[in-house]
Design a protein around this ligand. Structure first.
Ligand code: SAM
Length: 422
């Protein structure tokens, strides 16, 4: 396996005292340790790992600011707290990965933001470069790029995903409008409306939808739409949940997270990257040839996760016909017999597109696992490697990423790093 190019950004200092870097306490997996090492390697740091496997030693550097700004798996650089350690401190949830606006919307199958930040370092993406995620899902790649001043393009065939990704990354721009209309919406949105997921016992949950649709500022409108969708989601899953109580809580929590976002941008003087989220199809990208500096993505989990069914309540609440949208979702379309074959063909088309839009010599990271269907494991990872290599994406690294959890349909994923051949 080839080694990803070592960077040369950072000069050593004449001082003979070695420098210490310490990992976050929550770094527990082998793939995380591997990514932590690659981050440093690509940033041009010569290091050795101490016996405790948590401290790294390296020659003193003239300037450590780049390391402090960029690193993902390190909490301290020579005793000083990294930017990422400060960022993850702004968290309104109990899950360490759901800091800032990452938590917004209960989306199944998102990947770890810390891993994305590390991968951006590993594939040597600089401030101002453009990263594409053609399966943006809940917006993880876009938000992590934004925090590092990297521009990103996110595409998804689900309007729910497009909306969530926008809200996570754009609400900051609409804070004053969001705050201004909060009380009115909470107080006056309670006129009765029926929702079809309550078929058995139709219930009345207000004219909030209409009020939200009338909000002029698009970013503020999207913000409230998502707060409403989460309330629908809570209600459709747990019938007795009070819709307005849930809406109000979502608004408060989303607002606190957006205010946190503002604070951290000011505290760390983060030059935010531009985010461009669009509804679209990964099999037919509306992007020019060789126009992006890198791709990081996790494709649909074969037929293991039905994204239409998962978000049915939200898609419906947004006014979409589930039968119609289903045809465009990779891994969902087709009958029991044709599903796997269609999935594989659709993914091949998506890889062709990724190859086309990626600049020569740049990297494409695919996080993917084998799904098990009726007790049989599909060889998705092998097939992905084989196809990508055939079209000119050379595999440079293949890391195992074990997933824990009783209910996971996939127990192991692979982080595949390909490079487009020049
Ligand atoms: C594994 S999820 C991505 C999760 C994402 N990495 C995150 O952290 O939230 C795969 C996504 O692919 C989307 N998808 C399915 N078919 C698609 C298509 N034809 N074009 C674009 N996106 C599609 C699904 O809607 C889903 O959001």
């Amino acid at each position: 396996m080839h080694k990803i190019n070592s960077g040369t950004h950072i000069k050593s200092s004449p001082s003979s005292n070695p420098m210490q870097l310490s990992l976050f306490d929550n770094v527990q997996f082998i793939y995380e340790l591997a990514l932590a090492k690659y981050e440093l390697q690509v940033l041009g740091v010569d290091f050795s790992v101490a016996d405790n496997l948590r401290t790294f030693e390296c020659k003193a550097l003239e300037d450590t600011s780049y390391l402090k700004n960029r690193l993902a798996y390190f909490q301290k650089v020579n005793g000083e707290t990294t930017d990422y350690a400060k960022i993850v401190g702004y968290n309104r949830t109990r899950s360490p990965n759901q800091y800032l606006t990452h938590w917004i919307y209960p989306y199944k199958g998102k990947y770890h933001p810390q891993m994305i930040r590390a991968l951006l370092n590993v594939i040597d993406i600089k401030k101002g470069d453009v990263i594409l995620d053609p399966f943006i899902g809940s917006g993880t790649t876009a938000l992590e790029c934004q925090l590092l001043g990297i521009n990103s393009i996110g595409i998804d065939v689900s309007q729910v995903c497009v909306l969530i990704s926008k809200v996570k990354t754009e609400s900051l721009d609409a804070l004053s409008n969001i705050e201004e209309m909060k009380d009115t919406l909470i107080e006056e949105g309670k006129e009765p409306t029926l929702y079809s997921y309550d078929k058995d016992a139709p219930s009345k949950i207000g004219n909030l939808g209409e009020m939200i649709n009338k909000i002029k500022d698009k970013k503020a409108r999207n913000f409230y739409k998502v707060a409403e969708l989460i309330a629908h989601s809570d209600r459709s899953r747990r019938r007795k949940k009070d819709f307005f109580g849930s809406f109000k809580n979502n608004v408060e929590k989303m607002l606190s997270s957006t205010l946190d976002f503002k604070k951290v941008v000011e505290e760390l003087k983060l030059p935010l990257g531009n985010v461009d989220i669009n509804f679209g199809d990964a099999r037919n990208l509306k992007l020019k040839d060789e126009s992006v500096d890198g791709i990081i993505t996790s494709p649909p989990y074969s037929i293991a996760l039905d994204y239409v069914k998962n978000d049915a309540h939200a898609l419906e609440a947004l006014g979409y016909d589930l039968k119609k949208v289903k045809d465009d979702f990779i891994g969902v379309r087709g009958t029991a017999k044709t599903k796997v074959e269609l999935y594989e063909k659709d993914m091949e088309k998506s890889y062709d597109e990724m190859y086309r839009v990626l600049k020569n010599g740049k990297y494409c990271v695919i996080v993917i696992g084998n799904a098990t269907i009726s007790g049989q494991e599909l060889r998705t990872v092998d097939k992905t490697i084989k196809y990508c290599e055939k079209i000119g994406l050379k595999l440079e690294k293949n890391m195992d990423k074990i997933i824990f959890g009783l209910y996971n349909v996939i127990q192991k994923e692979n982080i595949l790093i390909f490079r487009k051949q020049v």
